[in-house]
Write a protein of this length. Structure first.
Length: 317
């Protein structure tokens, strides 16, 4: 049965039927909803001030850790910057004394590429990365400083002699670098043969210079095998050999100075094309001559020469 509702009519002093409009019901419902939502928000805010979730606790702990890390980074960065500046001065001074040229500079922004995307990286990742980077750089700086100390002690020892580090044919491009020490394809035998030196590909007649002061211990002239050869002994147990020469301008037993003209490039003996076969020995043991040329070229050219020498599979003799 449908229920009926009545209300008192004061004008007529009597009861009359009560009717509810749709809009009045909608307003009532919206009022109840608004009150409920308001009460929920108030209760949530009160509970959030009193209670903490596990995530909130973890984030608060991380914030405390980052605050400590941020406070420590500036002082460590200042110490690292000062250490790097001192090492750069030492490096420049030693490089100029040893190689008689200015030390190569470094790209000041080459290691800062990650900062260009810093606005999309969370702060904690930047802090962790910076902390690890500072620790690694401090350890590297300490290692480099120890290496410099060993270099200073070695240079200060009596009787110490620098190895032969001058390029024997002057300035050359890395594209003129041929095969170095190791098994290489011989152009005459078409088989791999042990190669004991570095092939420097230059025109016939190119002057050959002594890379360091020394004494000429062997001079041979021949149209077979190694062709015209020359050997110079240097201080410190080092010796250099030059094969397939053209003209030889020194004699056995002669003292030579650093940079003195000693011969010209040729293709005497078993030589596939004009080039200088250059060998470096330490106490009679074969060394890789490429490692003794970094004082004559820049870092980029040296890296390219090293790459070319390792990857050239065929020798010139």
């Amino acid at each position: 049965m449908k229920r009926k509702f009545y209300t008192f009519d004061s004008a007529a002093v009597g009861m009359k039927k009560f009717s509810r409009s749709v809009w009045s019901m909608v307003r009532t419902g919206l009022g109840i909803l608004a009150v409920s939502v308001s009460l929920f928000i108030v209760v949530y805010m009160v509970l959030s001030l009193v209670l903490s979730t596990d995530t909130e606790k973890r984030l608060r702990e991380e914030n405390k850790m980052y605050e400590k890390a941020y406070a420590d980074i500036p002082s460590r960065q200042a110490l690292l910057t000062e250490s790097i500046a001192v090492l750069e001065q030492k490096d420049s001074r030693i490089y100029e004394e040893v190689f008689h040229t200015k030390s190569p500079g470094l790209d000041p922004v080459s290691s800062l590429d990650f900062l260009f995307g810093a606005d999309t990286i969370p702060d904690y990742q930047i802090v962790n990365y910076t902390t690890r980077k500072v620790d690694a750089l401090q350890a590297t700086a300490e290692g480099v400083n120890a290496a410099f100390e060993r270099i200073y002690r070695t240079l200060g020892e009596q009787g110490y002699a620098l190895p032969p580090m001058k390029n024997p044919v002057g300035e050359v491009s890395y594209t003129q670098t041929g095969a170095t020490v190791g098994p290489r394809l011989n152009p005459f035998y078409k088989a791999e043969v042990e190669h004991h030196g570095l092939d420097i590909i230059v025109p016939r007649g190119t002057l050959v210079y002594s890379p360091e002061a020394g004494t000429v211990t062997d001079v041979k002239r021949s149209n077979k095998g190694d062709g015209n050869t020359l050997t110079i002994e240097h201080q410190g147990g080092y010796a250099t050999r030059y094969l397939h020469l053209g003209e030889i301008r020194v004699t056995k037993g002669q003292k030579v100075s650093r940079g003195q003209k000693i011969a010209t490039v040729g293709m005497s003996g078993n030589s596939y094309a004009p080039h200088l076969h250059y060998e470096v020995l330490k106490d009679g043991k074969t060394c890789n001559p490429v490692h003794f040329l970094f004082g004559s070229v820049g870092p980029e050219d040296y890296a390219n020469m090293l790459f070319m020498s390792v990857n050239t599979r065929q020798s010139m003799d």
